[in-house]
Ligand binder design. Sequence first.
Ligand code: MN
Ligand code: MN
Length: 467
Amino acid sequence: MAKTDAEKLKEELCYDAEHAMKSQMSDAEVDKADKFCDGYIDFLNEAKTEREIVIYFKNKAEALGFEEFDKTKKYKAGDKVYKVQREKAIILAVIGKKPITEGVKLAVAHIDSPRLDLKPNPLYESEEIALFKTHYYGGIKKYQWVTIPLSLHGVVVKPDGKKIVVNIGEDDNDPKFVITDLLPHLGKEQEKRTLADGIRGEELNVLVGSRPFKDDKDSNLVKLNILKLLNEKYGIVEKDFLSAELEIVPAFKACDIGLDRSMIGAYGHDDRVCAYPAAKAAFDIKDPAYTVVTVLTDKEEIGSYGNTGLTSAYLPYFLSDLAECFGAEGRDVMSKSECLSADVNSAFDPTFPEVMEKRNVSYINKGVVITKYTGARGKSGSSDASAEFMGKVRGYLEANNIVWQIGELGAVDAGGGGTVALDVASHDIDVVDLGVPVLSMHAPFEVVAKIDVYSAFRAFYEFFNLK
Ligand code: MN
Ligand code: MN
């Protein structure tokens, strides 16, 4: 049937983001997306914390010929370097053919996720049950963290500097941990609490043991037995907790979600779902025109503070050092540079439509989401990308048939949030947020669509591939 004039005019003038499989992605491309995500799922199961992710990508980088960055060296096009920032952040760079003074192309994602950290003095016993006290890290809904299997990751550093790596609960044969909740039969008073208060911070206590060390007449023997087990396995004593970073994260594995296997459920998609494609783009790119730089940073979930977060000078220091390798000034390079601040956004959830504004929210399966600004209330705490840079980003996405959409973080005044975009912008770099829409963001088990993960990879790759 012939199109009506209105249909023709609509096609010409109107814009609506569509499900990627409606007209933009072929079956063959969807297959590619699924295959790409097999690698992503392996990564999710192998590296859960910032320290583990740094080691994972450092090993991959070295296997691919990346060398540790040395600011006294001379580099040429095609050289590949990496720099580890205090074990918790990593930079991967491939030197481009153009002069460094034409700027670099950056993709910045974060590799810390919301979790429960052990308190400095965590272990105690009550009524012959041993528990760990925790202090939550990042924005969590505390009630979601009870009655799920948990694992323990991190490091313990002895006063002499010796570092012990801890990982319990990921291997199928490992024991797991759990935080208990009240039975509904006795939850009458608890149920009167607000949802935010349903489980309180000081109630996030992790169950770690229940058998005493022998049956001597002494107190705290269950705790003593746990210390004995930890000492046998790791050679640590109770005081060593004081100089440790131990993180409690969900123990379950990443898996396909849905009968059509279109989605992935996992802990910590935010922001590994951007970190993995951004690193993969740096690994896959061949002979880039511009120097390309992937930054996987820490501490985003608690405001990007600390010397492994992006408010630290480690990124401008690296870019300045790199500039100086070519006899250029860091500030001149940064002023010409462009960045995709890679972070997740909230996907439209049909069960909770009231906090979203349907025309300006992102949806799963509509591709990578561009977020012009984040922030709260009147865009407070946002970088707000310029129309010029938005135009440029739109241009290359469309030229490369990358499935993309626009998305605000929820309706106006419904809440809000931030990313590292403003920290990047503070170095006079053009930046916009680009990432993957997530369902149940910040929950122990988040959901993304495979098509969107692959679209994110293509967005980073083609950004790095700009001529
Ligand atoms: Mn994030
Ligand atoms: Mn987050």
